[in-house]
Write a protein that binds this ligand. Structure first.
Ligand code: NAD
Length: 468
Protein backbone atom coordinates (compact mmCIF):
# COMPACT_ATOMS: atom_id res chain seq x y z
CA UNK A 1 0.00 0.00 0.00
CA UNK A 2 1.23 3.51 -0.75
CA UNK A 3 2.64 4.85 2.49
CA UNK A 4 0.18 7.71 3.05
CA UNK A 5 -3.53 8.13 3.58
CA UNK A 6 -4.24 10.18 0.42
CA UNK A 7 -3.82 7.52 -2.23
CA UNK A 8 -1.50 8.06 -5.19
CA UNK A 9 -4.23 7.09 -7.65
CA UNK A 10 -6.75 9.49 -6.13
CA UNK A 11 -4.20 12.32 -6.38
CA UNK A 12 -3.63 11.62 -10.08
CA UNK A 13 -7.38 11.33 -10.69
CA UNK A 14 -8.19 14.59 -8.91
CA UNK A 15 -5.60 16.41 -11.03
CA UNK A 16 -7.14 14.73 -14.07
CA UNK A 17 -10.65 15.87 -13.09
CA UNK A 18 -9.55 19.47 -12.65
CA UNK A 19 -7.77 19.54 -16.01
CA UNK A 20 -10.58 17.67 -17.82
CA UNK A 21 -13.08 20.24 -16.56
CA UNK A 22 -10.97 23.09 -17.97
CA UNK A 23 -10.48 21.27 -21.30
CA UNK A 24 -14.23 20.61 -21.43
CA UNK A 25 -14.15 16.87 -22.17
CA UNK A 26 -17.56 15.17 -22.38
CA UNK A 27 -18.37 13.02 -19.31
CA UNK A 28 -18.36 9.73 -21.27
CA UNK A 29 -14.97 10.26 -22.87
CA UNK A 30 -13.62 11.68 -19.62
CA UNK A 31 -14.41 8.45 -17.82
CA UNK A 32 -12.99 6.33 -20.64
CA UNK A 33 -9.65 8.16 -20.53
CA UNK A 34 -9.45 8.30 -16.74
CA UNK A 35 -9.73 4.61 -15.86
CA UNK A 36 -7.13 1.92 -16.52
CA UNK A 37 -8.08 -0.33 -19.44
CA UNK A 38 -6.83 -3.41 -17.61
CA UNK A 39 -4.67 -4.42 -14.69
CA UNK A 40 -3.24 -7.89 -14.63
CA UNK A 41 -2.20 -9.47 -11.35
CA UNK A 42 -0.04 -12.57 -11.44
CA UNK A 43 1.10 -14.82 -8.63
CA UNK A 44 3.86 -17.19 -9.58
CA UNK A 45 6.09 -19.59 -7.72
CA UNK A 46 9.88 -19.86 -7.83
CA UNK A 47 11.81 -22.57 -6.01
CA UNK A 48 14.65 -20.92 -4.08
CA UNK A 49 16.55 -21.62 -0.88
CA UNK A 50 14.97 -25.12 -0.70
CA UNK A 51 11.37 -23.92 -0.69
CA UNK A 52 8.74 -22.49 -3.03
CA UNK A 53 8.24 -18.73 -2.83
CA UNK A 54 5.15 -17.09 -4.32
CA UNK A 55 5.62 -13.63 -5.84
CA UNK A 56 2.96 -11.11 -6.84
CA UNK A 57 3.40 -8.97 -9.93
CA UNK A 58 1.28 -6.41 -11.75
CA UNK A 59 1.12 -4.91 -15.22
CA UNK A 60 -1.48 -2.21 -15.73
CA UNK A 61 -2.40 -0.84 -19.15
CA UNK A 62 -3.97 2.56 -18.81
CA UNK A 63 -4.57 3.70 -22.37
CA UNK A 64 -4.09 2.01 -25.72
CA UNK A 65 -4.92 5.04 -27.88
CA UNK A 66 -1.36 4.51 -29.15
CA UNK A 67 0.53 1.22 -29.20
CA UNK A 68 2.81 -0.13 -27.96
CA UNK A 69 2.03 1.02 -24.46
CA UNK A 70 5.07 1.99 -22.43
CA UNK A 71 6.07 2.19 -18.81
CA UNK A 72 8.58 0.98 -16.26
CA UNK A 73 8.58 -2.05 -13.99
CA UNK A 74 9.46 -1.38 -10.36
CA UNK A 75 10.62 -3.80 -7.70
CA UNK A 76 9.25 -2.65 -4.39
CA UNK A 77 7.81 -4.31 -1.28
CA UNK A 78 5.12 -1.58 -1.15
CA UNK A 79 3.83 -1.95 -4.74
CA UNK A 80 0.10 -2.51 -5.13
CA UNK A 81 -2.67 -2.13 -7.70
CA UNK A 82 -3.45 1.48 -6.74
CA UNK A 83 0.18 2.42 -7.28
CA UNK A 84 0.65 0.72 -10.67
CA UNK A 85 -2.65 2.16 -11.95
CA UNK A 86 -1.60 5.67 -10.88
CA UNK A 87 1.81 5.20 -12.53
CA UNK A 88 0.27 3.75 -15.71
CA UNK A 89 -2.10 6.73 -15.99
CA UNK A 90 0.82 9.13 -15.52
CA UNK A 91 2.64 7.32 -18.36
CA UNK A 92 -0.28 7.97 -20.76
CA UNK A 93 -0.22 11.68 -19.91
CA UNK A 94 3.60 11.85 -19.96
CA UNK A 95 3.91 10.23 -23.39
CA UNK A 96 1.23 12.52 -24.83
CA UNK A 97 2.96 15.56 -23.37
CA UNK A 98 6.40 14.82 -24.83
CA UNK A 99 4.94 13.38 -28.03
CA UNK A 100 6.35 9.89 -27.55
CA UNK A 101 4.01 7.73 -29.66
CA UNK A 102 2.94 5.35 -26.89
CA UNK A 103 0.01 4.60 -24.63
CA UNK A 104 0.60 4.32 -20.89
CA UNK A 105 1.41 1.23 -18.85
CA UNK A 106 3.30 0.33 -15.67
CA UNK A 107 4.28 -2.79 -13.82
CA UNK A 108 5.58 -3.87 -10.47
CA UNK A 109 6.85 -6.87 -8.62
CA UNK A 110 6.22 -6.95 -4.89
CA UNK A 111 9.73 -7.67 -3.70
CA UNK A 112 12.57 -6.08 -1.77
CA UNK A 113 15.48 -6.62 -4.16
CA UNK A 114 17.96 -6.14 -1.30
CA UNK A 115 16.78 -9.40 0.23
CA UNK A 116 17.83 -11.54 -2.74
CA UNK A 117 21.10 -12.57 -4.38
CA UNK A 118 21.65 -11.57 -8.02
CA UNK A 119 21.19 -15.13 -9.33
CA UNK A 120 17.89 -15.42 -7.40
CA UNK A 121 16.64 -12.10 -8.77
CA UNK A 122 17.51 -13.32 -12.25
CA UNK A 123 15.38 -16.45 -11.85
CA UNK A 124 12.49 -14.42 -10.43
CA UNK A 125 12.75 -11.84 -13.23
CA UNK A 126 12.83 -14.51 -15.93
CA UNK A 127 9.72 -16.21 -14.45
CA UNK A 128 7.92 -12.86 -14.27
CA UNK A 129 8.86 -12.21 -17.92
CA UNK A 130 7.37 -15.57 -18.94
CA UNK A 131 4.09 -14.65 -17.23
CA UNK A 132 4.01 -11.22 -18.89
CA UNK A 133 4.87 -12.68 -22.29
CA UNK A 134 1.99 -15.18 -22.14
CA UNK A 135 -0.40 -12.23 -22.18
CA UNK A 136 1.54 -9.94 -24.56
CA UNK A 137 2.32 -7.67 -21.63
CA UNK A 138 5.88 -7.63 -22.85
CA UNK A 139 6.07 -7.26 -26.61
CA UNK A 140 7.85 -4.92 -29.01
CA UNK A 141 4.53 -4.12 -30.74
CA UNK A 142 2.17 -4.02 -27.78
CA UNK A 143 3.80 -3.40 -24.43
CA UNK A 144 7.36 -2.25 -23.78
CA UNK A 145 8.59 -2.11 -20.16
CA UNK A 146 11.56 -0.09 -18.90
CA UNK A 147 13.45 0.33 -15.60
CA UNK A 148 11.95 2.09 -12.61
CA UNK A 149 12.55 2.06 -8.87
CA UNK A 150 14.56 -1.01 -7.87
CA UNK A 151 15.28 -2.11 -11.45
CA UNK A 152 17.92 -1.10 -13.97
CA UNK A 153 19.93 -2.26 -16.98
CA UNK A 154 20.57 -5.67 -15.45
CA UNK A 155 16.89 -6.57 -15.02
CA UNK A 156 16.07 -5.23 -18.51
CA UNK A 157 18.83 -7.41 -20.01
CA UNK A 158 17.36 -10.50 -18.27
CA UNK A 159 13.88 -9.63 -19.52
CA UNK A 160 15.02 -9.03 -23.10
CA UNK A 161 17.05 -12.24 -23.09
CA UNK A 162 14.11 -14.28 -21.76
CA UNK A 163 11.76 -12.71 -24.31
CA UNK A 164 14.24 -13.51 -27.09
CA UNK A 165 14.38 -17.13 -25.91
CA UNK A 166 10.57 -17.36 -25.92
CA UNK A 167 10.24 -15.69 -29.35
CA UNK A 168 13.18 -16.86 -31.49
CA UNK A 169 11.28 -15.99 -34.67
CA UNK A 170 10.86 -12.33 -33.69
CA UNK A 171 12.91 -9.97 -35.86
CA UNK A 172 13.00 -7.19 -33.25
CA UNK A 173 13.26 -9.00 -29.89
CA UNK A 174 15.45 -6.30 -28.30
CA UNK A 175 12.67 -3.75 -28.79
CA UNK A 176 10.56 -5.59 -26.17
CA UNK A 177 12.07 -3.53 -23.31
CA UNK A 178 14.12 -0.34 -23.10
CA UNK A 179 16.80 0.69 -20.64
CA UNK A 180 19.01 -2.26 -21.64
CA UNK A 181 22.81 -2.19 -21.49
CA UNK A 182 24.38 -0.86 -24.70
CA UNK A 183 25.85 -4.30 -25.51
CA UNK A 184 22.32 -5.78 -25.36
CA UNK A 185 20.62 -3.33 -27.70
CA UNK A 186 20.54 -0.35 -25.35
CA UNK A 187 21.25 3.23 -26.31
CA UNK A 188 23.96 5.53 -25.02
CA UNK A 189 22.57 8.09 -22.62
CA UNK A 190 19.57 6.05 -21.37
CA UNK A 191 20.92 5.31 -17.87
CA UNK A 192 21.23 9.00 -17.02
CA UNK A 193 18.31 10.16 -19.22
CA UNK A 194 15.78 10.89 -16.47
CA UNK A 195 18.28 12.81 -14.32
CA UNK A 196 19.61 14.60 -17.40
CA UNK A 197 16.01 15.48 -18.31
CA UNK A 198 15.51 16.98 -14.84
CA UNK A 199 18.59 19.16 -15.44
CA UNK A 200 17.32 20.27 -18.88
CA UNK A 201 13.86 20.99 -17.43
CA UNK A 202 15.36 23.21 -14.71
CA UNK A 203 17.55 25.02 -17.24
CA UNK A 204 14.50 25.76 -19.38
CA UNK A 205 12.50 26.90 -16.36
CA UNK A 206 15.28 29.38 -15.54
CA UNK A 207 15.06 30.68 -19.11
CA UNK A 208 11.53 31.83 -18.17
CA UNK A 209 12.13 34.70 -15.70
CA UNK A 210 8.38 35.24 -15.28
CA UNK A 211 7.99 31.67 -13.97
CA UNK A 212 10.87 31.74 -11.51
CA UNK A 213 9.74 35.16 -10.27
CA UNK A 214 6.50 33.49 -9.15
CA UNK A 215 8.72 31.34 -6.93
CA UNK A 216 10.59 34.41 -5.72
CA UNK A 217 13.79 33.33 -7.48
CA UNK A 218 15.96 35.04 -10.06
CA UNK A 219 19.17 34.55 -12.05
CA UNK A 220 20.42 31.14 -13.11
CA UNK A 221 20.97 27.73 -11.53
CA UNK A 222 24.46 28.85 -10.51
CA UNK A 223 24.74 28.97 -6.74
CA UNK A 224 21.18 27.76 -6.11
CA UNK A 225 20.86 25.61 -2.99
CA UNK A 226 19.36 22.23 -3.83
CA UNK A 227 17.99 19.39 -1.68
CA UNK A 228 17.71 15.94 -3.28
CA UNK A 229 15.65 13.09 -1.84
CA UNK A 230 16.83 9.69 -3.09
CA UNK A 231 20.31 9.30 -4.59
CA UNK A 232 19.29 6.43 -6.87
CA UNK A 233 19.35 6.48 -10.64
CA UNK A 234 17.34 9.67 -11.13
CA UNK A 235 18.46 11.62 -8.06
CA UNK A 236 22.15 10.81 -8.45
CA UNK A 237 22.33 11.91 -12.08
CA UNK A 238 20.27 15.06 -11.51
CA UNK A 239 22.43 16.05 -8.51
CA UNK A 240 25.66 15.22 -10.32
CA UNK A 241 24.86 17.23 -13.46
CA UNK A 242 23.44 20.22 -11.59
CA UNK A 243 26.46 20.47 -9.30
CA UNK A 244 29.13 19.69 -11.91
CA UNK A 245 27.73 21.58 -14.89
CA UNK A 246 25.41 24.31 -13.61
CA UNK A 247 27.15 25.43 -10.42
CA UNK A 248 24.23 24.49 -8.18
CA UNK A 249 25.07 23.58 -4.59
CA UNK A 250 23.62 20.31 -3.29
CA UNK A 251 23.08 21.17 0.39
CA UNK A 252 21.26 18.01 1.51
CA UNK A 253 20.82 14.46 0.30
CA UNK A 254 18.05 12.44 1.95
CA UNK A 255 18.16 8.67 1.82
CA UNK A 256 16.38 5.70 3.39
CA UNK A 257 18.82 5.47 6.31
CA UNK A 258 19.36 9.16 7.04
CA UNK A 259 20.51 12.42 5.48
CA UNK A 260 23.71 14.31 4.73
CA UNK A 261 23.39 18.05 5.27
CA UNK A 262 26.20 20.44 4.32
CA UNK A 263 25.52 24.02 3.26
CA UNK A 264 29.06 24.27 1.82
CA UNK A 265 27.91 21.80 -0.84
CA UNK A 266 28.07 18.00 -0.95
CA UNK A 267 30.51 16.14 -3.21
CA UNK A 268 27.98 13.94 -5.02
CA UNK A 269 30.53 11.55 -6.55
CA UNK A 270 32.12 10.88 -3.16
CA UNK A 271 28.75 10.38 -1.46
CA UNK A 272 27.53 8.11 -4.25
CA UNK A 273 30.69 6.00 -3.94
CA UNK A 274 30.04 5.76 -0.17
CA UNK A 275 26.46 4.58 -0.78
CA UNK A 276 27.63 1.92 -3.25
CA UNK A 277 30.20 0.67 -0.76
CA UNK A 278 28.14 0.81 2.45
CA UNK A 279 24.56 0.50 1.20
CA UNK A 280 23.48 3.85 2.63
CA UNK A 281 24.56 7.33 3.69
CA UNK A 282 25.33 6.41 7.31
CA UNK A 283 28.99 6.96 8.21
CA UNK A 284 29.47 9.83 5.74
CA UNK A 285 30.38 13.30 7.06
CA UNK A 286 27.53 15.53 8.33
CA UNK A 287 25.17 12.60 8.77
CA UNK A 288 21.87 12.92 10.58
CA UNK A 289 19.38 10.16 11.24
CA UNK A 290 16.08 11.96 10.68
CA UNK A 291 15.91 12.28 6.88
CA UNK A 292 12.20 13.05 6.66
CA UNK A 293 12.39 16.39 8.46
CA UNK A 294 15.27 17.45 6.14
CA UNK A 295 12.69 17.91 3.37
CA UNK A 296 11.73 21.01 5.32
CA UNK A 297 15.21 22.58 5.38
CA UNK A 298 15.91 25.94 3.80
CA UNK A 299 16.76 25.71 0.08
CA UNK A 300 15.92 27.19 -3.32
CA UNK A 301 15.11 23.97 -5.17
CA UNK A 302 13.79 20.68 -3.81
CA UNK A 303 14.14 17.53 -5.94
CA UNK A 304 12.10 14.62 -4.57
CA UNK A 305 13.60 11.71 -6.54
CA UNK A 306 12.70 8.69 -4.40
CA UNK A 307 9.04 7.74 -4.26
CA UNK A 308 5.44 8.95 -4.15
CA UNK A 309 3.55 10.59 -1.30
CA UNK A 310 6.44 12.22 0.56
CA UNK A 311 4.93 15.71 0.72
CA UNK A 312 1.49 15.51 2.27
CA UNK A 313 -0.83 17.94 4.11
CA UNK A 314 1.10 16.94 7.25
CA UNK A 315 4.41 18.56 6.16
CA UNK A 316 3.51 20.79 3.17
CA UNK A 317 3.13 23.93 5.27
CA UNK A 318 6.69 23.55 6.61
CA UNK A 319 8.39 23.07 3.22
CA UNK A 320 10.74 26.02 2.63
CA UNK A 321 11.80 25.32 -0.98
CA UNK A 322 10.62 27.91 -3.51
CA UNK A 323 10.80 25.60 -6.51
CA UNK A 324 10.07 21.86 -6.49
CA UNK A 325 10.81 19.63 -9.44
CA UNK A 326 9.12 16.23 -9.22
CA UNK A 327 11.85 13.88 -10.42
CA UNK A 328 9.94 11.01 -8.76
CA UNK A 329 6.40 10.13 -9.77
CA UNK A 330 3.70 11.49 -7.46
CA UNK A 331 5.86 12.81 -4.59
CA UNK A 332 3.29 15.50 -3.71
CA UNK A 333 -0.29 14.53 -2.87
CA UNK A 334 -3.18 16.48 -4.40
CA UNK A 335 -3.99 18.35 -1.17
CA UNK A 336 -0.34 19.12 -0.41
CA UNK A 337 -0.02 20.47 -3.94
CA UNK A 338 -2.75 23.02 -3.22
CA UNK A 339 -1.12 24.05 0.07
CA UNK A 340 2.22 24.62 -1.68
CA UNK A 341 0.61 26.53 -4.53
CA UNK A 342 -1.09 28.85 -2.02
CA UNK A 343 2.36 29.49 -0.50
CA UNK A 344 3.64 30.59 -3.93
CA UNK A 345 5.83 27.52 -4.46
CA UNK A 346 6.31 26.68 -8.13
CA UNK A 347 6.10 22.96 -8.90
CA UNK A 348 7.46 21.44 -12.11
CA UNK A 349 5.19 18.39 -12.33
CA UNK A 350 6.22 14.74 -12.66
CA UNK A 351 4.42 14.11 -15.93
CA UNK A 352 6.83 16.55 -17.54
CA UNK A 353 9.82 16.64 -15.17
CA UNK A 354 10.80 12.97 -15.33
CA UNK A 355 9.80 12.41 -18.97
CA UNK A 356 13.48 12.27 -20.01
CA UNK A 357 13.45 8.54 -19.32
CA UNK A 358 10.61 7.68 -21.67
CA UNK A 359 11.94 10.12 -24.26
CA UNK A 360 15.27 8.29 -24.53
CA UNK A 361 13.45 4.95 -24.24
CA UNK A 362 11.57 6.02 -27.36
CA UNK A 363 14.90 6.61 -29.14
CA UNK A 364 16.11 3.18 -27.97
CA UNK A 365 12.97 1.46 -29.26
CA UNK A 366 13.36 3.19 -32.65
CA UNK A 367 17.03 2.14 -32.73
CA UNK A 368 16.08 -1.49 -31.98
CA UNK A 369 13.46 -1.54 -34.72
CA UNK A 370 15.82 0.19 -37.16
CA UNK A 371 18.71 -2.15 -36.25
CA UNK A 372 21.24 0.66 -36.62
CA UNK A 373 23.04 3.02 -34.28
CA UNK A 374 22.04 6.67 -34.59
CA UNK A 375 24.64 8.70 -36.48
CA UNK A 376 26.30 5.65 -38.04
CA UNK A 377 25.51 6.60 -41.64
CA UNK A 378 25.99 10.34 -41.59
CA UNK A 379 28.70 11.03 -38.99
CA UNK A 380 31.80 10.92 -41.24
CA UNK A 381 29.93 12.58 -44.11
CA UNK A 382 29.11 15.51 -41.83
CA UNK A 383 32.71 15.66 -40.63
CA UNK A 384 33.96 15.78 -44.22
CA UNK A 385 31.52 18.55 -45.21
CA UNK A 386 32.38 20.69 -42.17
CA UNK A 387 36.12 20.18 -42.74
CA UNK A 388 35.72 21.39 -46.32
CA UNK A 389 33.72 24.40 -45.19
CA UNK A 390 36.31 25.27 -42.52
CA UNK A 391 39.16 24.99 -45.08
CA UNK A 392 37.28 27.29 -47.46
CA UNK A 393 36.69 29.88 -44.70
CA UNK A 394 40.36 29.70 -43.61
CA UNK A 395 41.48 30.25 -47.19
CA UNK A 396 39.10 33.20 -47.67
CA UNK A 397 40.01 35.03 -44.44
CA UNK A 398 43.67 33.92 -44.44
CA UNK A 399 43.52 32.81 -40.78
CA UNK A 400 43.43 29.43 -38.99
CA UNK A 401 40.57 28.34 -36.69
CA UNK A 402 41.65 27.99 -33.01
CA UNK A 403 42.73 24.34 -32.49
CA UNK A 404 40.28 23.26 -29.72
CA UNK A 405 37.32 24.94 -31.42
CA UNK A 406 38.17 23.34 -34.74
CA UNK A 407 38.03 19.82 -33.34
CA UNK A 408 34.66 20.41 -31.71
CA UNK A 409 33.26 22.07 -34.82
CA UNK A 410 34.38 19.40 -37.22
CA UNK A 411 33.52 16.27 -35.23
CA UNK A 412 30.33 14.65 -36.51
CA UNK A 413 27.64 13.74 -33.96
CA UNK A 414 27.94 10.48 -32.03
CA UNK A 415 24.93 8.51 -30.85
CA UNK A 416 25.29 10.14 -27.42
CA UNK A 417 25.37 13.63 -28.97
CA UNK A 418 22.18 12.89 -30.89
CA UNK A 419 20.43 11.41 -27.86
CA UNK A 420 21.30 14.45 -25.76
CA UNK A 421 20.20 16.80 -28.52
CA UNK A 422 16.85 14.99 -28.89
CA UNK A 423 16.34 14.96 -25.14
CA UNK A 424 17.24 18.63 -24.73
CA UNK A 425 14.89 19.60 -27.54
CA UNK A 426 12.05 17.54 -26.04
CA UNK A 427 12.51 19.00 -22.55
CA UNK A 428 12.78 22.57 -23.84
CA UNK A 429 9.73 22.32 -26.05
CA UNK A 430 7.79 20.53 -23.33
CA UNK A 431 8.42 23.32 -20.84
CA UNK A 432 7.65 26.04 -23.35
CA UNK A 433 4.20 24.68 -24.20
CA UNK A 434 3.30 24.11 -20.55
CA UNK A 435 4.45 27.55 -19.45
CA UNK A 436 2.64 29.21 -22.33
CA UNK A 437 -0.55 27.34 -21.43
CA UNK A 438 -0.22 28.29 -17.74
CA UNK A 439 -0.02 31.99 -18.57
CA UNK A 440 -2.71 31.86 -21.28
CA UNK A 441 -5.69 31.82 -18.92
CA UNK A 442 -6.18 32.93 -15.30
CA UNK A 443 -8.28 29.82 -14.68
CA UNK A 444 -5.19 27.61 -15.15
CA UNK A 445 -3.62 27.63 -11.70
CA UNK A 446 -0.21 26.09 -12.27
CA UNK A 447 2.19 24.11 -14.45
CA UNK A 448 0.71 20.77 -13.36
CA UNK A 449 -2.81 21.54 -14.54
CA UNK A 450 -1.41 23.18 -17.70
CA UNK A 451 0.65 20.06 -18.48
CA UNK A 452 -2.30 17.74 -17.81
CA UNK A 453 -4.55 19.87 -20.05
CA UNK A 454 -2.12 19.62 -22.97
CA UNK A 455 -1.86 15.84 -22.53
CA UNK A 456 -5.63 15.46 -22.37
CA UNK A 457 -6.21 17.62 -25.43
CA UNK A 458 -3.83 15.37 -27.40
CA UNK A 459 -5.36 12.14 -26.10
CA UNK A 460 -8.87 13.42 -26.86
CA UNK A 461 -7.74 14.31 -30.41
CA UNK A 462 -6.41 10.81 -30.82
CA UNK A 463 -9.71 9.25 -29.65
CA UNK A 464 -11.77 11.62 -31.83
CA UNK A 465 -9.76 10.70 -34.93
CA UNK A 466 -10.59 7.05 -34.15
CA UNK A 467 -14.26 8.02 -34.17
CA UNK A 468 -14.74 7.48 -30.42
P1 NAD B 1 16.13 3.90 -7.68
O1 NAD B 1 15.67 2.67 -7.05
O2 NAD B 1 17.33 3.88 -8.56
O3 NAD B 1 16.42 5.03 -6.58
C1 NAD B 1 15.54 5.37 -5.56
C2 NAD B 1 16.39 5.95 -4.44
O4 NAD B 1 15.53 6.47 -3.43
C3 NAD B 1 17.27 4.90 -3.76
O5 NAD B 1 18.56 5.45 -3.58
C4 NAD B 1 16.57 4.64 -2.44
O6 NAD B 1 17.45 4.24 -1.42
C5 NAD B 1 15.96 6.00 -2.17
N1 NAD B 1 14.80 5.96 -1.26
C6 NAD B 1 13.82 5.02 -1.20
N2 NAD B 1 12.94 5.33 -0.24
C7 NAD B 1 13.37 6.48 0.33
C8 NAD B 1 12.88 7.29 1.34
N3 NAD B 1 11.78 6.99 2.01
N4 NAD B 1 13.57 8.43 1.66
C9 NAD B 1 14.70 8.75 0.99
N5 NAD B 1 15.20 8.01 -0.01
C10 NAD B 1 14.55 6.88 -0.33
O7 NAD B 1 14.86 4.48 -8.45
P2 NAD B 1 14.82 5.53 -9.64
O8 NAD B 1 14.79 4.78 -10.91
O9 NAD B 1 15.82 6.59 -9.41
O10 NAD B 1 13.34 6.11 -9.43
C11 NAD B 1 13.06 7.11 -8.46
C12 NAD B 1 11.75 7.77 -8.83
O11 NAD B 1 11.85 8.29 -10.18
C13 NAD B 1 10.52 6.86 -8.84
O12 NAD B 1 9.40 7.60 -8.43
C14 NAD B 1 10.38 6.48 -10.31
O13 NAD B 1 9.05 6.12 -10.64
C15 NAD B 1 10.78 7.79 -10.96
N6 NAD B 1 11.20 7.66 -12.35
C16 NAD B 1 12.27 6.88 -12.69
C17 NAD B 1 12.65 6.79 -14.04
C18 NAD B 1 13.88 6.01 -14.47
O14 NAD B 1 14.28 6.15 -15.64
N7 NAD B 1 14.52 5.24 -13.62
C19 NAD B 1 11.93 7.47 -15.01
C20 NAD B 1 10.85 8.26 -14.63
C21 NAD B 1 10.50 8.34 -13.30
Amino acid sequence: MSQNSESFLSSVERTFDQAAELVGISPGLRHKIKVANSTYTVRFGVRLRDRLYTFTGYRSVHSEHMEPVKGGIRYSPYADQDEVEALAALMSYKCALVEAPFGGSKGALVIDPNEWEAFELERITRRFTQELSKRSLISQAQNVPAPDMGTGEREMAWMADEYKRLHPEDLNPWACVTGKPVNKGGIRGRVEATGRGVQYALRECFRHPKDIEVAGLSGSLDGKRVIVQGLGNVGYHAAKFLSEEDGSKIVAVLERDGAIVDYDGIDIEALHAHILEHGGVKGYANYQEDAKSCLELDCDILIPAAMEGVITPENAERIQARLIIEAANGPITFTADQILRDKGVVIIPDLYANAGGVTVSYFEWVKNIGHIRFGRLQRRQEERKTTMMVSAIEELVGKKFPEGLLEELVAGPTELDLVRSGLDDTMRQGYQVISEKWHSDDKIPDLRIAAMMISLERIVDSYVSLGI
